[in-house]
Write a protein that binds this ligand. Structure first.
Ligand code: DC
Length: 234
């Protein structure tokens, strides 16, 4: 990729479409940094749980998250997230956090704070693949390359069960599918930064595609467009 030009590739889409995995692989293949914005919302949810804030204490929660100064350790691959300078990666994928994060992601004040942080991260890492729900639509509307990944809910539920290594006896496909559809509903219907497919995004249905095939397709789209990118201002 050209070192003298900023490049941001946004990847949005619902849970279980393989966004994190393909974003990380695409970044590695193209020599770009990788940003997992879901980790920032999950970290905020972990803080809410740890500090025992209720849903009525939004102002206090947002102040606490601002004070935690969420940031990434870019020397790790993938970068790990820290709060109060302490790694919290190991706490952000639990079911408790997953259940709380949909609420946390509806809080406009918190979203504004994290959106600001994401823009600062791009200023500091101007060769970036970023994934989330609002990256191409709200955070980086001028991104030259936007992707929107989608997949059938049942396939997404199956992937999530495999990814989390869950026992089918304790988590049925049907229950996971219901949870995924509910998360889609919450993510798509919130007022601030709802999950939408930007008009200018390349939409890829990953239902019948393997990870490598998705990454290859995205790399081809990216390389086809990159020749037209403007140079970095010095
Ligand atoms: O991708 P994920 O499952 O780690 O995302 C966790 C939650 O954060 C999910 O409910 C959607 C929300 N999210 C968001 O609202 N905006 C983003 N840019 C990234 C994630």
């Amino acid at each position: 990729m050209p070192a003298n030009r900023p490049i941001i590739i946004t990847i949005d889409g619902p849970a279980g479409t393989g966004k994190s995995t393909v974003a990380r692989m695409l970044a590695a293949q193209l020599g770009l940094d990788f940003l997992d914005t879901g980790a920032m919302y999950r970290a905020a949810a972990a803080i809410m749980i740890e500090k025992e804030y209720t849903k009525d204490q939004v102002g206090e929660l947002v102040s606490e998250v601002i004070g935690a100064d969420l940031h990434f350790d870019w020397s790790q691959d993938p970068p790990t997230i820290l709060a109060w300078d302490t790694p919290i990666d190991h706490r952000i994928r639990s079911q408790e956090v997953t259940d709380a994060v949909s609420f946390v992601a509806t809080l406009s004040e918190l979203r504004q704070h994290l959106v600001r942080k994401q823009r600062i991260i791009f200023a500091q890492h101007p060769h970036l693949v970023t994934e989330g729900r609002d990256q191409g639509s709200v955070v980086f509307p001028d991104a030259a390359i936007k992707f929107y990944l989608d997949a059938d809910p049942e396939i997404r539920a199956r992937r999530r069960i495999d990814q989390l290594g869950l026992d089918p006896a304790t988590m049925s496909l049907e229950t996971m599918c219901e949870r995924i559809i509910e998360r889609d509903r919450i993510d798509s219907s919130r007022d601030d930064g709802p999950l939408v497919c930007p008009d200018d995004a390349i939409r890829i249905d990953t239902s019948g595609l393997g990870i490598e095939a998705v990454v290859d397709l995205m790399a081809k789209h990216t390389l086809a467009r990159v020749v037209d990118l403007p140079e970095i201002d010095s």
